[in-house]
Design a protein around this ligand. Structure first.
Ligand code: PAF
Length: 284
């Protein structure tokens, strides 16, 4: 098994980066790593000479009523996975290493974050963009690996990287799913056994709607929205946060579906909020 170097301080990471030879791939995470993260690390290891994984539960992207306190932190398991998958470096900073006293800057990518999770979780994407920019400035990767499950996050970071000339290639990797279709997420472990049975219904409803778009029979977003609600409520007790049809790059709502779109959804099962999305390409 290859060795992984663990750094807790920016100064240690900086010294390593100055000496690193070859291409660097970067996988930013909040820990509680699962097979979705493992796939990102594997891809980075395959495409780069060195892979850096960061584990940082970023307080800036959690709202006051959200799960920052109970977010899972299985440090030893995370370290073992990074080791197993061949990451060269694990950056595991303390909050004060990222946000020193009197830290007062923030990054906002306008437009792309206006809808969907951006609307449901005010300030969330400012926290994401700020921390990812800081991490990118520190790791200076050639390639950055993100999961498609967080489609809006990936679109925002892609735009930020382009707008700010960061020179990093953003690689968005397919969502990894359980056999029953549930998208892997660190938050799935909050689900009760009963909720876990129901949870794949979110992806099932998205897929049925994507099929409706693909047949070319439904072109109106409102009609797709109704269909989604019908499919989801057939497997209650969901509480819908949002469903929408988005342009995959700008993340703006699309009314008439006459080009490839992304169907976006978030819904609660009990206190657990699940998000998912699906590509839908209309037959023209
Ligand atoms: O997707 C996540 O885990 C986080 O939003 C990220 C990109 C690591 C930033 O904290």
């Amino acid at each position: 098994m290859a060795g992984v170097q663990i750094f807790k301080k920016n100064s240690e990471l900086r010294d390593w980066r100055l000496k690193a030879v070859g291409s660097v791939g970067f996988v930013p995470t909040m820990g509680a790593l699962h097979a979705g993260h493992a796939a990102l690390i594997e891809r980075s290891v395959a495409e780069n000479d060195l892979t850096v994984v960061s584990v940082f539960v970023n307080p800036m992207q959690f709202g006051p009523a959200e799960d920052l306190g109970r977010y899972p932190r299985p440090w030893e398991k995370d370290e073992a996975l990074c080791r197993l998958k061949g990451a060269a470096t694990l950056y595991w900073p303390e909050p004060s290493d990222i946000y020193p006293p009197f830290f007062s800057s923030q990054v906002e990518v306008l437009g792309v974050g206006d809808h969907w999770c951006g609307r449901s979780r005010p300030g969330h994407f400012i926290g994401v963009s700020t921390v990812v920019l800081k991490l990118l400035m520190r790791v200076k990767p050639n390639r950055l690996y993100l999961g498609q499950k967080d489609a809006q996050q990936a679109a925002i970071i892609t735009k930020m990287v382009a707008d700010l000339d960061l020179g990093t290639e953003v690689v968005v990797c397919p969502t990894v799913r359980e056999l029953d279709g549930l998208a892997l997420s660190s938050r799935n472990q909050y689900l009760t056994a009963k909720e876990r049975e129901i949870a794949p219904g979110l992806h099932r409803a998205l897929r049925l709607c994507a099929k409706g778009v693909q047949t070319g029979l439904i072109k109106d977003s409102k009609a797709i929205g109704q269909l989604f609600q019908e499919h989801l409520s057939s497997s209650s007790p969901w509480r819908l946060d949002y469903f929408g049809v988005a342009d995959p790059v700008t993340m703006q709502p699309v009314e008439l579906i006459d080009k490839p779109v992304r169907l976006m959804a978030a819904a609660f099962l009990g206190t657990t909020r699940l998000i998912d999305n699906e590509a839908a390409n209309p037959r023209i």
